[in-house]
Design a protein around this ligand. Structure first.
Ligand code: MN
Length: 263
């Protein structure tokens, strides 16, 4: 990268850090805490063109955010209010540029599904963020896979139990390095997923029912958002199963493809 580009990365990173300090302290910040009895690893996402890394605080995901996917999941594709769920922060599996990463087939499932998604990573947070300022919070974007144990999700939903076990498990939040956000955000462009070279999912970001800006604004009404929060913005139609040996290639226009082999 050029010196000018590197400088802009550093300036943006510094500006985002200042914004974080200006905000309220996270509720998790200890006061007068003693020495931890052991270390818990923190989770980071690489940033394209920078030696700096993005620390992950929370992983939010929106459900049924493309009409055709809402239909295939048996719900109303009209703009019903968005709903969100979370994955544990350490569910992140980073897929570095130009590398095929081994992704372990998880336990308990016999119907393991891919969901290709745009991910927005926040460098600023807040409460009740107005729509017109929401994209100012975005630090960068990435290609993500919201990997899903569909059989477990469906079984739990049928019993009216929380379907967390279908969504929240080790390595279930696959993500590429972050590209710095540019003005206007990602509101259109191709999004697709191939398995073993065959197209499985293909759509356009413009078909999202709720834009990234709307997702940020909505989420900030229910929880204060903070730097380090990331949002998986929903998957288009034709989710489906993968098995050990399958190679997934994920693409979003303007970002790096990801290559993930199920093992
Ligand atoms: Mn999803």
């Amino acid at each position: 990268m050029t010196t000018a580009n590197r400088r802009s990365v550093l300036q943006l990173t510094a500006a985002m850090g200042a914004g974080a300090l200006a905000g309220a302290a996270s509720a998790a910040t200890p006061s007068g805490a003693g020495k931890p009895v052991f270390d818990v690893p923190r989770v980071f996402i690489p940033i394209v063109g920078s030696d700096a890394v993005f620390p992950v605080r929370r992983i939010y995901c929106i459900g049924r955010n493309y009409a055709a996917h809402a239909l295939e999941r048996g719900s109303d594709p009209s703009r019903e209010p968005p709903f969100f769920f979370q994955k544990p922060t350490d569910a992140i599996q980073v897929v570095a540029r130009g590398v095929t990463v081994d992704h372990p087939y998880p336990p308990l499932t016999h119907n393991y599904h891919h969901e290709i998604e745009l991910v927005a990573a926040l460098g600023r947070g807040g409460r009740d963020i107005p729509l017109e300022r929401a994209l100012d919070c975005v630090f960068g974007y990435a290609v993500g896979l919201d990997m899903t144990r569909r059989d477990l999700q469906n079984e739990m939903a049928a019993q009216k139990k929380p379907w967390e076990i279908g969504k929240s498990f080790d390595h279930s939040a696959v993500i590429s390095p972050l590209h710095l956000a540019s003005a206007g955000g990602f509101t259109k462009g191709a999004i697709w997923l191939k398995v073993n070279g065959q197209i499985r999912q293909t759509s356009d970001l413009s078909k999202m029912l709720w834009s990234v800006a709307e997702q940020i604004s909505r989420l900030s009404q229910s929880s204060e958002l903070f730097p380090g929060d990331i949002i998986y913005s929903g998957t288009p139609e034709n989710v489906g199963p993968v098995v050990a040996g399958d190679l997934m290639t994920g693409h979003i226009d303007g970002l790096d493809d990801i290559n993930v082999k199920v093992v």
